[in-house]
Design a protein around this ligand. Sequence first.
Ligand code: DX5
Ligand code: ZN
Length: 217
Amino acid sequence: MPARINPSILAADFANFERELGRIQTADLVHVDVMDNHFVPNLTFGPATVERLQALSGIPLDIHLMIDDPDHWAPGYAELGAFSVTFHAEAARDAVSLARRLREIGSRAGIALKPGTAVEPFLELLPEFDQVLVMTVEPGFGGQSFIESVMPKLVALRAARGDLDLWLQVDGGITLDTIGIAAEAGADTFVAGSSVFSGDPEANIAALRAAAADHPH
Ligand code: DX5
Ligand code: ZN
């Protein structure tokens, strides 16, 4: 399976999402960062905007919820038809029940770990999830530097995954210089904001995909 490249529209022009979606037609999924100014010190958009993105995008949406109380809010994003909904482990009251609910509604269910959150407690719960998002920056802002010290989490997840259809996603600071490091550690799904939207997005997507393929696990 070639690397999945999910451009983050956090780096797009917020006043022109329709045009920006047109620039990333070769993406695997469109990564949508929902921030509430509580879980992270930044604010983006909520369900009304995501509903429009869902209607406009021919490419499935990969929703990343950086919000408090995902137990309450996340199912609403699945109900909008999002292909994948990922919530933060640090914010969820009952991650397993929430993931089951998201799957029941029809989305893939993802769990995200901030750089300081250990992966070990989740290794025995992997069958409950369709994706684990290993944050490679502190969540909240685009354009930050890749934190290489979290790579052992991917190695552990890759070893524990077995035959599960579990995607291992990295998000933050993914560029042509860093994507190979994450691919070698075991990531198969790569979020990239600044490095996709600066210059020619489709050329950037192709280059990122090729760079990941050059560094197999
Ligand atoms: C950060 C977001 C990322 C962000 C990545 O909290 O979750 O998705 O857009 O941006 P880059 O690729 O610029 O680090
Ligand atoms: Zn994200």
